[in-house]
Design a protein around this ligand. Sequence first.
Ligand code: HEM
Length: 422
Amino acid sequence: MTTDISLDEVHLGEFDLSDQAFWTAPRSYREGAFTTLRDTPGLAFYEEAVIEDSPFPRGPGYFAVTRHDDIWHVSRHPKLFCSGKGANIGDLPQEMNEFFGSMINMDDPKHFRLRSIVSKGFTPKEVGKVEEYVHDKAVRIIDRLNTDFPDKTCDFVENVAAALPLEIICDMMGIPEEDYGKVLGWTNTILGVGDPEFVGTYEDLMGQSLQMFMYAQTLGESRRADPQDDITSVMMAAEVDGEQLTPQEFGSFFILLVVAGNETTRNAISHGLKAFTDHPDQRDLLYENFETHSKTAVEEVVRWATPVIHFRRTATEDTEVGGQLVQEGQKLVMFYNSGNRDERVYADPHRFDVTRPVNPAQIGFGAGGPHFCLGANLARREMTVMFDEIRKRLPSLRITGEPDYLQSAFINGIKRMQCAWD
Ligand code: HEM
């Protein structure tokens, strides 16, 4: 619960969003800090973190965009606030931005072309094809808990939350089962930057990304030559204005998709069960009236968890955001976690409420505009099915240990968390 926030103890300047330690401080402290930021006129400016081993110079700093309406404004004006200079805080050379981030680091017309092609793999028809598979997978994951863990306790993240999104995205892409573990290892490394458990050096990160890229290129080329019933084949065959994806473009998109599709949904499911455990009244409300509340409950879990903490934009001309003058070339970092707790738009935002109206929309999948999460409907489906199967098959499933959080300013991750059932 976050009701123990004492705003008197938190002042601007006492905390630093670029300091990893801020992101491992107690949640109540962080919530207090963001409340202060939202209430402070203008935008706060921060120095960038020093990334050890990075061969690139430290960037010039960034404005923190923390109010819901300001995030909405920045996200929906892509000509004024571009993504092409990078959607993460640190600067990389242009080719590396596209290598690592694919379309998340692009602007139109490049972004439009790529998104038009890959969207063909995410039509309702393609997502619909995995519906039954999502259900079967969720059933198998829950049912095997009793067989695999006779003591009725295990790590929820590894055995429940991680298994579903990984297997779904790998299956959609046509990745064989024996390679699932390898893919999970790569995504952990890429998103675990900053957490000592996952990444040793900058070189490790580059090495692992390159392996993933090469794996994807081979997969893409083989599906172009010999199409199968998977979205890799659909994407490799798709054409926009007579052009197809190059294997390199597919390689980079693969990195984005696998990373974006796995860790986010996994963390949403983990935070979800933690929230249901901490708020049994809300769990009971959902479990007893699943049809009525599942839609709002899933949105509330994404709002509550905000699995992706931020994305960055860069001003393309001098402008103003939230009363703050911003100059061309300056960076703005949208803190979705803060926008999702903004008391100006959400009543009682620190309350977990599975009946919270979906309007105004939570901004965990982005605040609208051209980069809005491509996998939002798939993620919603996976979460709904998973919570439904937990409710039906193992309703006593609950979190028993303190979560071991990922040390990251980018992903609100849970690495491990013990659960139990009766
Ligand atoms: C709960 C789960 C998820 C969360 C919280 C989430 C969050 C986000 C956010 C915040 C963005 C940036 C939006 C913006 O800048 O406007 C994004 C973009 C994206 N997401 Fe998700 N995501 C989730 C699941 C997924 C899944 C399951 C997939 C695919 C299988 C996916 C694929 C993508 C892609 C490809 C983009 C880039 C879109 C673009 O640049 O045009 N995401 N997501």
